[in-house]
Design a protein around this ligand. Structure first.
Ligand SMILES: [Fe+2]
Ligand SMILES: [Fe+2]
Ligand SMILES: [Fe+2]
Ligand SMILES: [Fe+2]
Length: 406
């Protein structure tokens, strides 16, 4: 069944505004929600935040009043969509519980994208990042078990394993080594642009979230962990945004943003198990089809270029949340030792002692205790071992196998 949003009729813009009670979504029940439904809410919130912020940046870079008015109108709707989506998260779900959801997104969304990515060079970038967020999930799970206390297994629902990835302490790299080779909007597969934008949005919202809520805990170890991992999310945003074609015009980028919103709502409408959420994804898809039409109109008027040249001929296969346990284990076994040197991934052991990686590590760790390590040793001290969820057997990497279970 092929679906092309350029050929569909969307909801007219003047009918897209909703009143307060329509926007104040009934939150989901945190104990019975499907873990991947929670993930879809987190992703779509990140996508809508980027939609609003991109539109603001576009407006700040244009003196054209007519254009600013058009952007402001669509942006108001993007903001309403963001509220309708993000207000699904219930108030009784703690910040740390939501954090586990964010890192589960980073694992299973990135794993999906890596496997669906047509460009082998980009695929390596996603696999590289995947192992880092996989480790964050493990560190936060130990914090959750220690402070709330609660088992992260109840949140990820056994769909995602929880064990060390590339140890967070080793992820801190000099900023110059976080940039990658960009794709080309007109030369690359259009799916590559959609993938890069999707992961960039998810990582950016994780970064924004930790920037804002990382100071809410009282326990110093929790505050330390959020600030340390928050700095890695900055690295991840730097990496993923560098994949995008920076020579694209504001209008071209707007078209890709709106198409990607259509793609994700379409994907989640296909795969959603919660009927209430499914109806919301469908409603928002209808709105995005109209946003896309308007963005294409702008691109034709302002750039004198054809939007179809940068978009897929029909919707790609739906972005799907599903367990990726075997795949993650394979990537762990093959790539956990990697770091980055300029644009390349190389074994950490191959870097000379004089490499800026070591200077950066010294600057940020120094003689300080490192929160991502301290959270494990403190968990061991308090609970007699670390917290893991290894449903498929022992860790695939010898030196990361568990010594003491709690
Ligand atoms: Fe939107
Ligand atoms: Fe992360
Ligand atoms: Fe990340
Ligand atoms: Fe939109």
């Amino acid at each position: 069944m092929s679906f092309n949003p350029l050929k569909e009729r969307g909801v007219p813009l003047e009918r897209q505004l909703r009143n307060w009670s329509e926007l104040n979504s009934q939150p989901y029940d945190k104990d019975s929600i499907d873990p991947y439904s929670r993930c879809r809410v987190i992703v779509m919130n990140g996508i809508e935040v980027e939609a609003a912020m991109y539109s603001h940046q576009f407006s700040r870079h244009s003196a054209n009043l007519e254009l600013k008015r058009k952007l402001a109108m669509v942006r108001r709707v993007e903001q309403q969509q963001q509220k309708a989506v993000n207000w699904l998260i219930p108030g009784d779900e703690s910040t740390l519980e939501v954090t586990i959801g964010f890192e589960q997104v980073a694992v299973d969304l990135t794993a999906w994208v890596a496997q669906a990515e047509p460009d082998p060079v980009m695929k390596r970038v996603y696999e590289f990042g995947l192992l880092e967020d996989f480790d964050h999930l493990y560190r936060y799970a130990n914090l959750l078990d220690m402070t709330e206390p609660k088992k992260a297994a109840a949140i990820v629902g056994g769909l995602t394993e929880i064990m060390p990835g590339r140890p967070t302490i080793l992820e801190h790299r000099h900023p110059h080594d976080d940039l990658r080779r960009p794709l080309n909007l007109y030369g690359s597969d259009p799916l590559s642009s959609l993938h890069a934008l999707t992961i960039m949005c998810a990582e950016q919202q994780t970064m924004n979230f930790y920037m804002t809520i990382g100071n809410r805990p009282i326990e110093p170890i929790a505050r330390g962990l959020y600030l340390e991992i928050g700095q890695i999310e900055e690295q991840h945003v730097t990496q993923y945004e560098s994949l995008l074609d920076a020579s694209a015009t504001w209008c071209e980028n707007l078209v890709v943003h709106e198409y990607n919103e259509c793609y994700l709502y379409y994907s989640f409408m296909q795969t959603e198990v919660d009927p209430r959420l499914k109806a919301l994804w469908e409603l928002h898809l209808g709105m995005e089809i109209e946003h896309l039409r308007l963005a294409c109109e702008l691109m034709r008027d302002m750039d004198r270029r054809d939007p179809e040249a940068i978009l897929p001929p029909e919707m790609p296969e739906p972005v799907t949340f599903r367990p990726n346990k075997e795949y993650v284990r394979k990537v762990l076994a093959e790539q956990v030792e990697l770091t980055a040197d300029e644009l390349e991934f190389v074994p950490l052991s191959s870097l000379p002692k004089s490499h800026r990686y070591h200077q950066y590590q010294q600057a940020v760790h120094g003689k300080s205790s490192v929160p991502s390590e301290a959270v494990i040793t403190e968990h061991e001290a308090r609970k007699g071992g670390e917290y893991r969820l290894e449903s498929e057997g022992p860790h695939p990497v010898e030196h990361l196998k568990m010594e003491n279970a709690s």
